[in-house]
Design a protein around this ligand. Structure first.
Ligand code: PPE
Length: 309
């Protein structure tokens, strides 16, 4: 997805011009993938632009850092305020994607990350639908990847670590080159885990199922949690259950969730149409409610929104 540059990027307490937001080539994270990050969206509402679940995202950034033994030299509140500042100074009233990154900078070389300085940056830019407007409307095609999701005892899947995303990139490239829109990864135990940057749900016999995040190697998604709340509020039964590959082939409906992707129907898995190959009614209902909630149009979810002005 191309980026439209904005004016300023927040770097270690300063607002830096977009073009000057650079790092040294010997930054630790560039070599060893030793950083942690977040993906957040802000949306236009009738009371100005608002960030969706901002505190939850920044809290997860700090949890990721804790897992990697990285001490972020700012408080949660300072990072929240900095995030709001980035949206405000760049005039992103129509909404945007926000990328906070904690990375180890230029210090010492070698695998020991501890002597390297901890740097924090926050960038934001307007970003359309991650998997395409067509995908949001009619669903995406997916392929079970030949790449397995991480074993939680190999890398900490509960953290959003930068280096861990080579796995997602490998799976994404494989799927795209084979002519699919997105990959579904199986976890180390062979059960369904998640997509490259999204959690996965199926609808079967009126129940909404998503894999248990902790042991499937999947990230615990904030969109996933929001969708679970929305689905229950709509009267659906939601459960975390292990799913195997054929559960995706035989599901009545399937969809994926993530901050960048939002809520996207899955129209096919390994060339098997999901249901009749068009987005089903439960997926549609949840998708519509999610899109309304993030724009401040559903009263009961208004506390998920953090106004910027
Ligand atoms: N799984 C993975 C592996 C993942 O990266 C994300 C977010 C999710 C699940 C969903 O989490 P949440 O955003 O809290 O609902 N992926 C972020 C990065 C995407 C990217 O391609 O870059 C995102 O959506 O911002």
């Amino acid at each position: 997805m191309p980026i439209t540059p904005t004016e300023k990027i927040w770097m270690d307490g300063e607002l830096v011009d977009w073009a000057d937001a650079t790092v040294h080539v010997l930054s630790h994270t560039l070599h060893y993938g030793s950083g942690v990050f977040e993906g957040i969206r802000a949306y236009p509402t009738d009371r100005g632009v608002a960030v969706f679940r901002l505190r939850d995202h920044i809290a997860r950034l700090f949890v990721s850092a804790k897992v990697f033994l990285i001490d972020i030299p700012y408080s949660v509140d300072e990072v929240i305020e900095a995030t709001r500042t980035v949206v405000r100074v760049n005039g992103l009233g129509e909404g945007c994607y926000i990328r906070p990154l904690v990375y180890l900078g230029y210090g010492e070389m070698g695998l020991n990350p501890m002597p390297s300085p901890v740097n924090v940056s926050i960038a934001a830019w307007p970003w359309g639908t991650y998997l395409g407007d067509e995908g949001v409307r009619n669903g995406v095609s997916t392929k079970i990847s030949s790449w397995r999701r991480h074993d939680p005892n190999a890398v900490p899947t509960a953290a959003k670590g930068t280096g861990m995303y080579v796995n997602s990139s490998l799976a994404k490239v494989e799927a795209l080159k084979a002519g699919y829109d997105e990959a579904v990864l199986l976890g180390p135990d062979g059960n369904v885990s998640e997509c490259t940057g999204e959690n996965i749900f199926v609808v079967r016999d009126g129940r909404i199922l998503t894999p248990p995040t902790s042991d499937s190697g999947a990230l615990e998604g904030i969109t996933q949690r929001s969708v679970e709340t929305i689905a229950r509020d709509l009267g659906h039964e939601v459960a975390h259950e292990q799913l195997i590959r054929t559960d995706l082939y035989t599901a009545d409906e399937a969809f994926l969730t993530g901050t960048a992707a939002e809520v996207v129907p899955i129209r096919a898995v390994d060339d098997r149409p999901v249901g009749d190959g068009t987005p089903g009614p439960v997926t549609r209902e949840i998708q519509e409610t999610y899109f309304a909630a993030v724009r401040g149009q559903v009263d009961r979810y208004k506390d998920w929104l953090d106004r910027v002005e």
